[in-house]
Write a protein that binds this ligand. Structure first.
Ligand code: ADP
Ligand code: TYD
Length: 206
């Protein structure tokens, strides 16, 4: 079996930046790397992403949102993640079930138990070997995002929502300290990278 790494954190916390650096580091060491993002990563999941993040769909219900994220995830697991792990590859995914636990479970108030229960249907026993959580406050994350591109439906949520997300990640990391590894997102990019590869090397050598 390969290695399944996920990157989590509020919008603008630096996940994509760290994934690129981690990908280069591990591929220089000779690993076969697959990088994917959620929601997305397959033709069907990308189509579902267009529905979920469409800024005009302001009437979307919380249950619809939860199920659409799970549907996009089910397709990604079946088509990309599971076969890649079975082939011995390293899969690095930008967000996974922990995003649903925080955004839908905590920030939307649906409950983390319900979220993990629903997602069992989508992912089965395909859980990450390690999850890096980049901890940053809501304002910093959103202001970094605003400089990048037009905000999507989720990014347009209130500051209060994004604060619940930032706090939600912290409580989830406390609930699962064995599999969620917290990083200080205010540190310079290179410093966070060094800490991530130190952890990744530890897990690989196990
Ligand atoms: P995410 O994928 O979590 O939304 P990105 O990696 O796209 O975040 O980063 C959002 C923006 O913040 C980018 O412009 C990136 O260069 C910048 N950034 C990322 N990490 C840091 C950091 N540690 N310190 C300052 N700026 C950062
Ligand atoms: P993405 O575009 O990767 O966010 P960013 O690059 O801004 O961090 O993710 C899209 C949005 O979807 C993001 O606001 C987080 C949200 N999301 C959920 O609410 N639940 C989920 O299960 C996932 C995977 C993402």
């Amino acid at each position: 079996m390969g290695l399944f790494i996920t990157m989590e954190g509020p919008d603008g916390s630096g996940k994509s930046t760290q994934i690129e650096l981690l990908r280069d580091y591990l591929s220089n060491k000779g690993y076969d790397i697959i990088v994917c993002r959620e929601p997305g990563g397959t033709r069907i999941s990308e189509a579902v992403r267009q529905v979920i993040l469409n800024k005009d769909f302001t009437e979307m219900g919380h249950m619809t949102e939860l199920l659409l994220y799970a549907a996009a995830r089910a397709q990604l697991v079946e088509e990309v993640i599971r076969p890649s792990l079975e082939a011995g590859k390293v899969v690095i995914c930008d967000r996974f079930v922990e995003s649903s636990a925080v955004y839908q479970g905590i920030a939307r108030g649906m409950g983390t138990n319900l979220v993990y229960e629903v997602n069992k249907f989508a992912i089965g026993d395909t859980m990450p070997d390690v999850t890096f959580f980049i901890d940053i406050d809501a304002k910093t994350g959103i202001s970094r995002k605003k400089q990048q591109a037009e905000l999507d439906r989720m990014e347009r949520e209130t500051l209060d929502f994004h604060e619940k997300v930032a706090k939600g990640y912290r409580s989830l990391a406390k609930m699962y300290p064995d599999r969620i590894c917290k990083m200080d997102g205010n540190l310079p990019i290179e410093e966070i990278h060094k800490r991530i590869i130190a952890e990744a090397d530890k897990i690989i050598s196990r």
